[in-house]
Write a protein that binds this ligand. Structure first.
Ligand code: NAG
Ligand code: NAG
Ligand code: NAG
Ligand code: NAG
Ligand code: NAG
Ligand code: NAG
Ligand code: NAG
Ligand code: NAG
Length: 607
């Protein structure tokens, strides 16, 4: 019976502790770009070689946790090196590196191809340069990064212990394949300091010793703070009052003898066991709460990818799409191409292959994964998972069979024009999806790229909003954020184009443009089909489309304040709210009738 109890208790402990087991330490410690840039004649080649090197590095990291790659020849050669901290689990290593890879692109603005860059995360490291730096231990760009929080207790004692710890770690590290972690507890068991020292794979022996010695002397400048890091070309050294590393093996540094005792108690007494359980539960909870607080501070975009979403291997997806065969291509967006795939179980999915070749790509991937995995609505395309260990990053979505609204209205010649009822349903479901993003989901989310091609249609022609690559989170307490311009011109609200001012009302504007396009297309096709398709034309007489048009016009008013919120739009569409009279939209001729003035730009589109 006590065995059974033990089992249950261990099970509940391991379950409640689960979030702690997934921590890729994807906190950026520093991004350092060199100030040497490629000459304009070399730029293209250099960037091409850089991208090729990144593609080669990623699967190697997944296999062996470090990788060194050279691509290109002569002055256009790109050297790239990446490595994870040795205590990181393989999965966390992949997660950390995937984030690292997006950040290093910030060193490489296309107009200014920087010839070198390094990104230090607390769990991994990535560097590229134009020379062989693999054996380098120190460089002029090495950094010391101290934490922001002052240590509250006796600094003299704390500093002395921290320095002694990191000195011990650096000595041990050189003997121990370039890696060591440990902690020390002092002030009568009141304070602990934890540390990690690691040399990169090709920096061993005296070079490693050199590097860490230098790091120990420089980290001393941080001891007023709770945390310190030295980021050298050949090594990484960190101490912190938080236990940040994974030490599942025996802890060779004194001051942490509790684990064995815990195991003994667990095996002997069920009563003591309960006590231990309560204690563990208490600490796990405390740690969770603390972590949650830290996460909040880091900002939602830093939130690690949910582990359960990493369930696709690159090979599986390659096979599912028949090696990204042209015939499976569903479409092409700003951030990547989308392919239809069939999983081994027979389930149809859409696989988005993200281009790793534009600076705008930075953050798109994690935007999508972090955001979509946390939100769930019938009118938003569901993210099923992702793959980050192959040469390219892939996102896997539910397959939405009836293509996009753009395809149905303007591209495909083989489909019947959508009926009025279907158009109404599409507009209503799009509005519901947006209202959820803006007002009902836990986070306030602005899509930023609402347009015909991002509205997909399922079997029943219900809309599902896709492509969250440009999504921006909206901090609770800020009324608008100034954003770098993204999105599709023509759908973008004037205040966003002119001043970069981004609020939910920018999405409302884009939605309005979509509504006008959909209704106007119905009007044009209705006229064209009058003789042959009385259903389409006849319906148009009922007056409902003009109500829709009026809602569309309300949404594209020049003044953002005058545009209705999406929840009001939903109410207007369902007849639960009065439809106000729009003021002049920016492109209307004041003397013309609504239809003909709106029609002018759209007619030319639809031909
Ligand atoms: C580049 O950085 C080095 C040292 O980091 C400095 O000596 C040099 O002046 C810098 N060059 C330019 C063009 O800023
Ligand atoms: C660089 O990468 C490309 C693409 O992977 C490859 O075809 C080429 O052989 C590589 N060049 C060198 C010098 O490694
Ligand atoms: C901790 O390290 C062990 C072995 O070094 C590894 O098996 C385990 O997955 C790691 N756990 C985490 C959370 O990194
Ligand atoms: C220097 O780095 C290379 C990897 O490019 C490695 O093969 C070599 O063993 C290293 N040399 C030393 C002395 O560590
Ligand atoms: C423990 O440390 C905190 C500050 O770090 C201090 O306020 C407190 O008095 C200490 N308690 C003991 C028992 O030393
Ligand atoms: C810190 O501790 C040292 C040694 O115990 C002691 O000499 C010193 O006075 C303490 N400083 C403060 C500010 O408490
Ligand atoms: C450093 O190492 C020495 C000898 O191995 C040990 O006695 C001491 O407690 C260690 N100090 C710390 C802070 O780890
Ligand atoms: C350093 O590493 C290289 C290759 O990784 C190895 O050949 C060499 O023996 C190592 N040197 C020392 C001192 O461990």
């Amino acid at each position: 019976m006590s065995n059974y109890l033990l089992f249950i208790l261990l099970l509940s402990i391991s379950l409640s502790a689960k979030p702690l087991l997934c921590d890729p330490r994807a906190t950026r410690a520093a991004l350092i770009c060199t100030n040497r840039t490629a000459s304009s004649s070399l730029r293209r080649t250099f960037i091409t070689n850089f991208l090729a090197a990144m593609d080669i590095v990623t699967p190697l990291i997944a296999r062996q946790r470090y990788a060194a790659v050279v691509n290109g020849t002569g002055t256009a050669s790109v050297y790239a090196f990446g490595e994870c901290m040795k205590d990181l689990s393989p999965n966390d290593c992949n997660l950390c590196f995937a984030q690292c890879k997006t950040q290093v692109l910030k060193c490489l603005p296309f107009q200014l191809a920087t010839r070198g860059g390094r990104v230090f995360y607390d769990g991994c490291y990535l560097r590229y340069d134009d020379y062989d730096f693999f054996n380098e231990s120190l460089s002029s760009q090495d950094r010391t990064v101290c934490g922001s929080k002052d240590f509250g207790g006796n600094n003299t004692v704390f500093g002395a212990n921290a320095i002694e710890l990191v000195r011990n770690l650096s000595v041990q590290s050189v003997k121990n394949d370039g890696f060591f972690v440990g902690s020390v507890t002092f002030s009568k068991g009141n304070v602990s300091v934890h540390g990690l020292a690691q040399c990169w794979e090709f920096v061993n022996g005296s070079a490693c010793e050199n590097c860490l010695e230098n790091a120990v002397s420089r980290i001393a400048s941080c001891t007023q703070k709770e945390e310190g890091r030295v980021l050298n070309a050949g090594c990484y050294l960190r101490y912190s009052t938080q236990r940040f590393y994974n030490n599942s093996g025996p802890d060779p540094v004194p001051g942490n003898g509790g684990d064995n005792k815990l195991a003994v108690i667990l095996a002997t007494s069920a009563v003591a066991l309960l006590l231990v359980f309560l204690l563990v539960a208490f600490f796990v909870r405390r740690k969770l709460l603390q972590r949650r607080r830290e996460r909040k501070q880091l900002g939602a975009l830093q939130v690690a990818v949910n582990k359960s979403k990493l369930n696709f291997s690159y090979e599986t997806l390659e096979k599912a799409t028949n090696y990204f065969h042209e015939s499976n291509k569903l479409g092409q967006g700003g951030s990547g191409s989308v392919y239809k795939g069939t999983l081994p179980g027979g389930e149809a999915v859409a696989v988005k292959r993200l281009f790793y070749n534009t600076t705008q790509w930075v953050d798109h991937f994690f935007n999508e994964v972090n955001l979509i995995s946390g939100i769930n609505h019938k009118n938003l395309v569901k993210l099923l998972g992702c793959s980050i260990t192959g040469p390219e990053s892939l996102l896997v979505y539910e397959f939405v069979p009836n293509q996009s609204l753009l395809d149905n209205l303007f591209v495909r010649q083989d489909v019947e024009p959508l009926s009025w009822e279907v158009r109404y349903k599409i507009i209503l479901s799009t509005a519901e999806g947006l209202a959820y993003l803006h007002e009902e989901s836990k986070l306030r989310i602005i899509h930023r790229d609402i347009k015909l091609s991002n509205i997909l249609l399922d079997e029943e022609f219900t809309a599902k909003i896709a492509d969250f690559g440009l999504v921006r989170l909206f901090p609770e307490d800020i009324t608008h954020i100034s954003a770098t311009l993204a999105g599709t011109l023509g759908y973008m609200a004037p205040e966003y184009v002119v001043r970069g001012k981004l609020t939910e009302k920018a999405d409302v504007y884009s939605f309005g443009v979509v509504v006008i396009e959909v209704v106007w297309d119905l009007y044009v096709k209705g006229r064209l089909h009058e003789a042959v398709d009385p259903a389409l034309a006849g319906n148009f007489q009922e007056g409902k489309p003009s109500r829709l048009l009026q809602i569309g016009l309300l949404c594209v008013q020049a003044s953002a304040e005058l545009r209705p919120s999406m929840s009001i739009v939903v109410k207007m569409l369902t007849g639960n709210h009065e439809i106000l009279q729009p003021t002049q939209p920016p492109f209307l001729n004041p003397n013309g009738s609504e239809i003909s003035s709106v029609g002018t730009p759209s007619t030319s589109n639809s031909k």
